[in-house]
Design a protein around this ligand. Structure first.
Ligand code: NAP
Ligand code: GDD
Length: 341
């Protein structure tokens, strides 16, 4: 019998790559979708034809119990979240509910459907759970590079909500003996990245300028540094974590850090443009509290899981720019089509 996976956040960047990866591994894949007429569902149906869909919302406990009962998964990947950091200041309570409390609701759905009532039950035959934790939890970093042991100091309501989900996952593992793990993932990008995140905003901006559709690109803090990798590499790590013999948390990142300024330089250079003629610094895009520097130490994942990233920062940026140039030249809409081809 094929193993069965349920993915929350199937309409997002990671959901799409993870679904493709699990399908290629012979899984039966189910995706949780919310809303009466979610505009991203037709894209999922078109591009991930072998994925089955089940209704549910991270805000609705009953819907999650029904979804787990219906799918009877072997593995649950909780990728659903409000994931855009600036939005978490504007809608802090909603972020806490979806990104934080949503984790509790998924864990409870698994616990109830598995009939786990006593403390420290047996882990045999249990549904395995993956939580999408984030390097945003490190926030104002205490050390560089960051490891599984680096303390958290989140700088946004999003980071705080993720820290709650992270500790709760650990707690369900310790309290109920559940196979529940968190991947502390650093920034990962792709041509499928949402247009609001800086890498895609830049690759789309470069493409528009190159094609004469825009003259400038407005950006916020160019000095922040991130450890940027390719999303396709990172979803493999999620699967490896749930396939491991023991439930453990892992840091997943490339171990290389670049500033937003370096990202901009690389992206404009990939299209033979001079970034200084087009980029406008806009302080209204600065955040109330910034995460200045993220850089992973992925040693544990490398040695225990055998995980390695395969795409460099330079290749990633060049691919995103090339894909957006093609997309816009063909009259595509970055919000609708794309980049998923
Ligand atoms: P994304 O593209 O923003 O996708 C977020 C997903 O969450 C979407 O499918 C969205 O579905 C779903 N969602 C939002 N509210 C929901 C709700 N109330 N109920 C159910 N689903 C809901 O994010 P991503 O980049 O793929 O990231 C996947 C996960 O990894 C997120 O939890 C994110 O916080 C975390 N993470 C990402 C990175 C990164 O660099 N990408 C790094 C570390 C951690 P709709 O289409 O219905 O809105
Ligand atoms: N979005 C955006 N837009 N960011 C900008 C801009 C801009 O115009 N200008 C500068 N930046 C800077 C931000 O201030 C931040 O320091 C950096 O670019 C990266 O911003 P994002 O791409 O929005 O990502 P993020 O690091 O805040 O969050 C992403 O990575 C986290 C993991 O570290 C998201 O995917 C989160 O969901 C994820 O947890």
């Amino acid at each position: 019998m094929a193993r069965r996976a349920l993915i929350t956040g199937i309409t997002g960047q990671d959901g799409s790559y993870l679904a493709e990866h699990l399908l290629s591994e012979g899984y039966e894949v189910w995706g949780l979708v919310r809303g009466q007429a979610n505009p991203r569902v037709p894209r999922v149906r078109r591009l991930l034809q072998d994925v089955r869909l089940v209704r549910g919302d991270l805000l609705d406990q009953g819907s999650l119990i029904s979804a787990v009962e219906k799918v009877q998964p072997d593995e649950v990947y909780n990728l659903g979240a409000i994931s855009f950091v600036p939005m978490s200041w504007e809608q802090a309570e909603l972020t806490a509910e979806v990104t934080g409390m949503g984790v509790l609701r998924v864990l409870e759905a698994i616990r109830v459907c598995s009939g786990i009532t006593a403390s420290r039950g047996s882990s045999a035959g249990q549904i395995r759970f993956y939580q999408a934790s984030s390097s945003e939890m490190f926030g104002q970093v205490r050390e560089t590079p960051q490891t599984e042991r680096t303390p958290f100091h989140p700088r946004s309501p999003y980071g705080v909500a993720k820290a709650y989900g992270h500790f709760l996952t650990q707690n369900y593992r310790e309290s109920y003996g559940m196979f529940a793990v968190s991947g502390i993932l650093f920034n990962h990008e792709s041509p499928r990245r949402g247009a609001e995140f800086v890498t895609r905003k830049v690759s789309l901006g470069v493409a528009r300028i190159k094609l004469g559709m825009a003259a400038e690109l407005r950006l916020g803090n160019l000095e922040a540094r991130r450890d940027w990798g390719f999303a396709g590499d990172f979803v493999r790590a999620m699967h490896m974590m749930l396939s491991a013999a023991d439930p453990e948390d892992y840091v997943i990142g490339t171990g290389r850090t670049h500033s937003v300024r370096e990202l901009v330089e690389a992206a404009f250079a990939a299209a033979d443009l001079d970034w200084e003629r087009h980029v406008v610094c806009d302080t209204s895009l600065h955040r109330p509290a910034e995460v200045d520097l993220l850089c992973a130490d992925p040693k544990k994942a490398r040695t225990q899981l055998g995980w390695e990233p395969t795409v460099s920062f330079e290749e990633l940026v060049a691919t995103m720019v090339e894909t957006d140039l093609r997309l816009l030249a063909d009259g595509g809409d970055p919000e609708q089509d794309s980049s998923w081809a």
